[in-house]
Design a binder for this molecule. Sequence first.
Ligand SMILES: Nc1ncnc2c1ncn2[C@@H]1O[C@H](COP(=O)(O)OP(=O)(O)O)[C@@H](O)[C@H]1O
Ligand SMILES: [Mg+2]
Length: 259
Amino acid sequence: MLPIEIRDVTLNYDTPGGKVQGVKDVSFTIAPSEFVCIVGPSGCGKSTLLNIIAGFLKPASGEIRIDGKPVTGQGMDRGVVFQDFAQLFPWRTALGNVSFGLEMKGVPKEEREKIAREQLRLVKLEKFTASYPHHLSGGMQQRVAIARALAYNPAVLLMDEPFAALDALTRDDMQRLLADVWRETRKTVIYVTHNVAEAVYLADRVIVMSPHPGTVKLEVKIPLERPRDPLSAEFVEWQKKLLHHLGHEAGGDDMQTNG
Ligand SMILES: Nc1ncnc2c1ncn2[C@@H]1O[C@H](COP(=O)(O)OP(=O)(O)O)[C@@H](O)[C@H]1O
Ligand SMILES: [Mg+2]
């Protein structure tokens, strides 16, 4: 498992209307096997930052290092999961989707199917290996996406609001499942959300971003023991603390709780 350093990362978008600030001078580090949530109001630069870490976008200045090595593009050391259900290949079964990266890597059929089955078991989809995405619910499709991101055994899992489009009950189930997957795999996870309860449930540490310019406002350690109980008094207390930190600059309106 590898430490991640994010140093003075700045990115602006050039648009017909002029320069739009994506993120500005973002710096923080992530320890191996740590679960870090990035929270902040819509438009503050969370996705921009995640895409820079994934290597999809190149920062104007600053750098990302994983285990000391600068990120220069996409890599098999990072698995990415997005919000969008359409991230799966519709013409491939669940097993076909999960084994895709391994196929690209030249892993022989028998071995890649064995690995893909194991990953689908981890996300509790062992009975759906032969199903196509359009026969699966939104939550199941996101579980396939997680299994696919884990299949080539990346050190880091990057997740951009993966459960935001799901209904509240499914989202709760998915958060529990992800906490289990993390406990079992001990991946380093960087998880973007604008849902405060989700961050308190999942994170070791929360990076709070402020809008305009998108920069790190503060970091909050969540010392609660796992498994966490969203109904406990201390959980609600941490949720309030985070909302308070966000509220000053976000106006509070844009942030969600699970309630
Ligand atoms: N492709 C793009 N072109 C121009 N501006 C963009 C683009 N993507 C994001 N932005 C702008 O950059 C800022 C940060 O966006 P984003 O990273 O998507 O925020 P978040 O994920 O926190 O909602 C916003 O002002 C957004 O409008
Ligand atoms: Mg976003």
